[in-house]
Design a protein around this ligand. Structure first.
Ligand code: NAD
Length: 294
């Protein structure tokens, strides 16, 4: 039976530590860290994500400034707001909740965020720093959360065969860069055009799945003892939330596995807080946050 990698409790532990840390800054007479959160439109899932993120900010003492813009906001209006926030000394991080309405170019919006305030770590400069092994960039939240979880559970990654299913800019690709950063693991990335998915997944000692398709990975596609990190979030017709893997059957074969919900999701939110506080720390003349060290 697999160890269940409990992202929910670990994230709570991290939030409690961060809360104490922020209290120390306030005692020293410093201002609160501040995160600007921009939501365009009324996508129900995005509204839930934003609410979660803001509640977590409030719990640890991060001031979250919420900009809820209407669906018909133009790209120019959004760029103008980002420009203002880029120039505001009291704003540490800027988060634009994705997806954006189709009339707005996501890449142009990400490019407009000051890379030093890019808490999501999506800006090409931050991705480039990760790709070239420079330590002063910001790491995207989901890969960072997974990294922290692997370290916490003492999962050895050295010389391991890691297979990542899903090659998005926000999860799959930056995740692969983390494993490559110190040449720890051998990484294979699979995507929609991978010829024989099972051939690759069967080889994985660590399997990371970020696709968005329930039951994509079944027990016959993994080997005994694999560590499975399920990033997927899928809402079934009956309202149940599931990941991309057949959790019930794979847990009998794996050595460790993340549940959905309660695995990667809470760690992603914890990493957003870590990144915000890390940016704040550097502005206040401290080192970057130790939890961002990879
Ligand atoms: P995306 O849609 O941007 O990318 C999906 C990737 O899956 C693509 O690379 C695509 O080629 C690949 N893919 C599609 N079908 C495939 C198949 N049959 N076999 C192999 N690969 C296939 O997705 P994303 O934004 O990276 O999100 C992926 C999933 O992770 C979604 O369910 C999303 O909700 C979830 N997610 C969760 C968190 C979290 O914190 N838990 C964070 C981000 C995303």
């Amino acid at each position: 039976m697999a160890v269940i990698l409990d992202g929910k409790s670990l994230a709570q532990k991290i939030k409690d530590q961060l809360k104490q840390e922020v209290e120390e800054y306030i005692k020293k007479g410093l201002r609160k860290p501040a995160l600007a959160v921009i939501l365009v439109g009324n996508d129900p899932a995005s509204e839930v994500y934003v609410r979660n993120k803001r509640e977590s900010c409030s719990y640890v003492g991060i001031n979250s400034l919420f900009f809820h813009l209407s669906e018909d906001t133009t790209q120019e209006e959004l760029l103008e707001l980002i420009g203002k926030l880029n120039g505001d000394e009291d704003v540490d991080g800027i988060l634009v909740q994705l997806p954006l309405p189709s009339h707005i170019s996501t890449s142009e919006i990400i490019d407009a965020i000051n890379p030093k305030k890019d808490v999501d770590g999506f800006h090409p400069i931050n991705i480039g720093k990760l790709a070239t092994g420079q330590d002063d960039g910001i790491i995207p939240c989901t890969p960072l959360g997974i990294w922290i979880m692997l370290k916490h559970y003492k999962i050895d990654i050295l010389k391991k065969d890691v297979v990542i299913v899903g090659a998005s800019n926000i999860v799959g690709k930056p995740m692969s860069l983390l494993f490559l950063k110190n040449e720890d693991s051998t990484v294979t990335i699979c995507h929609r055009n991978t010829k024989d998915l099972a051939k690759h997944t069967k080889n994985a000692e660590i399997l990371i799945v970020a696709v968005g398709k329930p039951n994509l990975i079944t027990a016959d596609m993994v080997k005994e003892g694999v560590v499975v990190i399920d990033v997927g979030i899928n809402r079934l017709e009956n309202g149940k939330l599931v990941g991309d893997t057949d959790f019930e059957n794979i847990k009998e074969k794996a050595s460790a596995i993340t549940p959905v919900p309660g695995g990667v999701g809470p760690m992603t939110v914890a990493s957003l807080l870590i990144n915000t506080i890390s940016i704040y720390r550097q502005k206040m003349g401290f080192s970057k946050h130790p939890l961002t060290e990879v």
